[in-house]
Design a binder for this molecule. Structure first.
Ligand SMILES: C[S@@+](CC[C@H](N)C(=O)[O-])C[C@H]1O[C@@H](n2cnc3c(N)ncnc32)[C@H](O)[C@@H]1O
Length: 308
């Protein structure tokens, strides 16, 4: 496939999935519109709290600090870019291929009065090479759309966008080493994620290393994603009538099936979720702290005068 063909496939795939209707996604996502695995710190934690905690976890793993340049590749409705700008004082840029998401994020940034700190743009990740370098980069739930054959070029581009000493966090769905294509997977690719492709955490890590990254941390959040998908499915079911009015019965039933079957996949561990923190090493600069403790114990660098 030529790179032009791949771009147009990606654009169509993203439009098919993410431009469905912002109101439809708002029916089952949390109030921050996070469309990836949440982080449940206790059995009682709600979806809304778990998504806020996930955003914080990512910001803490990246050790975001005020004034840093932060890029969120595949930024969805802007939740992480806005959270990072609002609570960590970074200069955030989010990019997505969905026009609906950009419109939503821009209105949200304006409501928060964050235009001086946060931008969300309709941009393909392959069109970022002209940007100045970033201190920190995240990619939350986009690797599933990139295509295994493109991993090397994708990670090399991200490496090139980072300043030496900068950190990259990749958060994505992985597959079990023994996973095999099933009719359910073919259904998902045909009706839900037209460019979807999953790989093992070991291969993703290998390609990150080939792109010269040093892997500094890997965490499995598989069970958190099972719970997240169950919560989304329950919320969608509870809003069935409204959902059908927005997208029709066929899409509603397809999305419900996809959320339930994903929950089962995560529960049974045929698929998983891994966060990988990778460093663009700079021999003259001290890297990340040598333990994880500060991620959980230090107070985040919140901006004085801003509410949580
Ligand atoms: C599963 S969503 C995750 C959104 C967000 N990171 C979150 O956690 O809620 C995947 C995102 O990747 C974006 N995406 C997929 N392919 C892309 C590409 N080639 N360039 C830029 N964004 C892309 C989609 O538009 C969407 O916003």
């Amino acid at each position: 496939m030529t790179s032009t063909d791949r771009r147009s496939l990606d654009a169509q795939a993203i439009e098919h999935h993410y431009d469905l209707s912002n109101d439809f996604y708002a029916l089952f996502l949390d109030p921050l519109m996070v469309y990836t695995c949440a982080y449940y710190r206790t059995p009682e934690t709600t979806l809304a709290q778990a998504q806020a905690d996930k955003l914080d976890l990512v910001c803490r793993k990246l050790r975001l600090a005020p004034g840093e340049r932060f890029l969120d590749v595949g930024c969805g409705w802007g939740s992480l870019a806005i959270w990072a700008a609002k609570h960590y004082g970074v200069q955030a840029l989010g990019v997505t291929l969905s026009r609906e998401q950009v419109a939503y994020a821009k209105a949200w940034i304006a409501r928060e009065g964050l235009e001086h700190l946060c931008r969300v743009e309709h941009r393909d990740y392959r069109d970022l090479v002209t940007e100045d370098s970033f201190d920190k980069i995240s990619a939350i739930g986009i690797i599933e759309h990139v295509g295994i054959a493109n991993y090397r070029a994708y990670f090399e581009e991200i490496y090139g966008l980072l300043r030496p000493g900068g950190l990259f966090l990749n958060h994505g769905i992985t597959r079990n080493h023994y996973w095999e294509r099933t009719p359910q997977w073919d259904f998902l690719v045909e009706h839900v994620f037209p460019n979807g492709e999953l790989d093992t955490v070991s291969h993703i890590s290998t390609v990150l290393e080939e792109a010269r990254f040093e892997i500094s941390d890997v965490e499995c959040l598989r069970e958190h994603y099972a719970r997240t998908c169950r919560a989304w499915a329950e919320r969608l079911l509870a809003h069935a009538e409204h959902a059908i009015a927005l997208v029709g019965k066929r899409k509603y039933r397809t999305w419900l099936l996809y959320l339930h079957s994903s929950a089962v996949g995560f529960e049974q561990a045929s698929i998983g979720l891994h966060q990988i923190v990778a460093l663009r090493r700079d021999p003259s600069v001290r890297g990340v702290p040598t333990t994880r403790e500060s991620i959980y114990t230090e107070t985040p660098a919140r901006i004085p005068g801003r509410a949580a």
